[in-house]
Write a protein that binds this ligand. Sequence first.
Ligand code: NAP
Length: 298
Amino acid sequence: MQVGFIGLGSMGSAMALNLVKAGHDVRAWNRSMVAQDSIPGVTLVEHAADAFKADAVFTMLSDDPAIREVILDAGLLANARPGLTHVVTSTISIAFARELELLHEEAGIGYVSAPVLGRPNVAASGQLNILAAGKSDAVAAIEPLLAPLSKKVWRLGENPARANAAKLACNMMIAMAIEAMAEGVVLTESVGLNRADFFELILGTLFSGRAYESYSAQITERSFEPGFKAKLALKDMRLATEAGNEIGRTLPMLDAVREGLSRAVSAGLGEKDWSIMADMTVRGRDSVVSSENDLEKN
Ligand code: NAP
């Protein structure tokens, strides 16, 4: 198939490459220059509009404003190839997913919300979990394209916003797990229990899940190369908060992790992995690492 791809960041470049490996003709656009040898087989196009001249187009930009600017403000929907299906794999707000659904319907093109679970290394190995929702004919049209990207496609119904709500809920719960582990370390290290031994205990007994496994390793090693950038995680916590506000609910644990990530980003650590939040909790909020240099010295 002819596939457009918009956004060749950490996730997008890995996904575009897997589409090429599966035999698709991929034309991709990115705002800044991308070295061709990092994405062999992907054809780079000059304008985002060129990526919409395809059977399907994926968008993996960072957030709502980026998608609004690159796709809506530039009028790409009005000029899309008839019959095209647009798959938005970015983590976006529920309200924006509803708006996109409506605008695509008006433009007569298919729309699927398909946010993903898995970090760039998982995307590179084609093992993402994809949360897909949209009209069944639109989802069916792009399912062959989701297969080389994923371990499993979770079909969540015809309402695209369901996929976005599920993705925000997942990230909110991972952030809570990161903070929970950090607070456990605060208590146990205070009596001299080694961090790695504590994690071995909780992984082998109460918390054997994937989020606990991968983020306990990062907290133990104090390894915070992204992964998933703290600034994008903060974006997701804000989107989850807005979604709660829309239905008149405050979520206290969400407030706590949003504030933790906000402190990390304000301390200049937005480009680090979001598990940096745990490091700040463990070290004490008043002795927070205040810059990247500081982090490297410690
Ligand atoms: P990233 O590496 O920071 O890439 C962001 C992409 O968005 C880049 O292509 C960037 O272009 C583009 N972009 C940002 N603002 C733009 C604008 N105003 N106009 C045009 N292009 C713009 O982020 P990522 O980690 O790939 O994440 C992408 C999306 O996937 C996000 O919604 C994120 O929440 C979600 N996600 C990430 C992970 C993860 O572990 N990383 C996992 C699941 C989902 P430039 O290259 O020019 O900056």
